[in-house]
Write a new protein. Structure first.
Length: 274
């Protein structure tokens, strides 16, 4: 079968004992696991069509309903017609979409949004390295906290360092991949909701959309920070667009955008009872 017409399918593996994806007990499959599964499927499909590893990954995903733990989740990956390296992806349970969108691969090129690029300050002389409080980033295990405490640069920018995972029984890979970078960005966006926007600590942020344009791999020797130009999008949903930057040079490396629905415990219970 020609690589240009290959469709890929697989079932999502859900391991509730995984200390990263299930950092604490959940009553649904986390959005990070859906993203990871769809990305891995697209990477494998792309390897059949292209030579070498991609320089960047560009993705846009929408999350339409809860993905349940006790129901099989099928993942699909279909090529977008044309000479590009783009794929339409979806996760389904009992025939219903729980997550869908596109994932594309490119050789290289910066992609920070214009507004973030215009607001970018000079590189910081001191990159914050103190770990953010776990509760502010909705993590329970300290080893899963991937961002430092936020630091305000002037009146218009908030930054946080991307931290190295603590040493474990096995050394981490020599590069940071998209899952690690997306999780660091999620933690930064979550922290901003509480510290900058005053969300109560018992609020749950349910992913609605994720967009990203980031390097596929970054050497761990490159110091990274996340930069947010202070702005609040009107409306009830949480919306956070951040820039991934080289902490040593200040250069923009990519962008991450998160949209979520903020619900209190009572609203969450009603949503789960539907």
């Amino acid at each position: 079968m020609a690589a240009s017409v290959i469709d890929r399918f697989r079932e999502l593996v859900v391991d509730e004992s995984d200390p990263f994806y299930f950092d604490h007990p959940l009553d649904h499959v986390p959005g990070m696991l859906l993203f990871s599964g769809l990305l891995e499927l697209a990477v494998r499909a792309d390897e059949l069509r292209s030579r070498g590893r991609p320089g960047r990954v560009v993705a846009g995903l929408g999350f339409t309903r809860f993905c349940e733990l006790r129901t099989a989740t099928s993942l699909s990956c279909t090529p977008v017609p044309g000479p590009n390296r783009a794929w339409t992806v979806a996760a389904r349970q009992s025939g219903e979409e729980v997550c869908a969108g596109s994932i594309a691969f490119a050789d290289d090129g910066p992609a920070a949004p214009d507004c973030a690029r215009a607001a970018a300050p000079a590189p910081s002389r001191q990159t914050p390295s103190r770990q953010a409080p776990a509760e502010l980033v909705h993590r329970h295990r300290p080893e899963n906290v991937l961002v430092g405490e936020p630091v305000r640069r002037g009146r218009g920018v908030v930054e946080a360092a991307v931290l190295e995972p603590p040493a474990g029984p096995e050394p981490p890979p020599p590069f940071r991949g998209p899952v690690e970078l997306v999780e660091a960005g999620r933690q930064f966006a979550t922290m901003l909701e509480h510290q900058e926007h005053g969300r109560p600590m018992d609020v749950t942020l349910l992913w609605v959309a994720l967009r990203l344009d980031i390097p596929y791999r970054l050497d761990r020797d490159v110091p990274l920070l996340l930069r947010w130009p202070t702005a609040r999008v009107s409306g009830r949903r949480s919306h956070c667009a951040v820039t991934l930057a080289d902490a040593a040079t200040g250069a923009d490396l990519g962008s991450l955008t998160y949209e979520a629905q903020a619900v209190d415990p009572e609203q969450y219970a009603r949503a789960r009872a539907r």
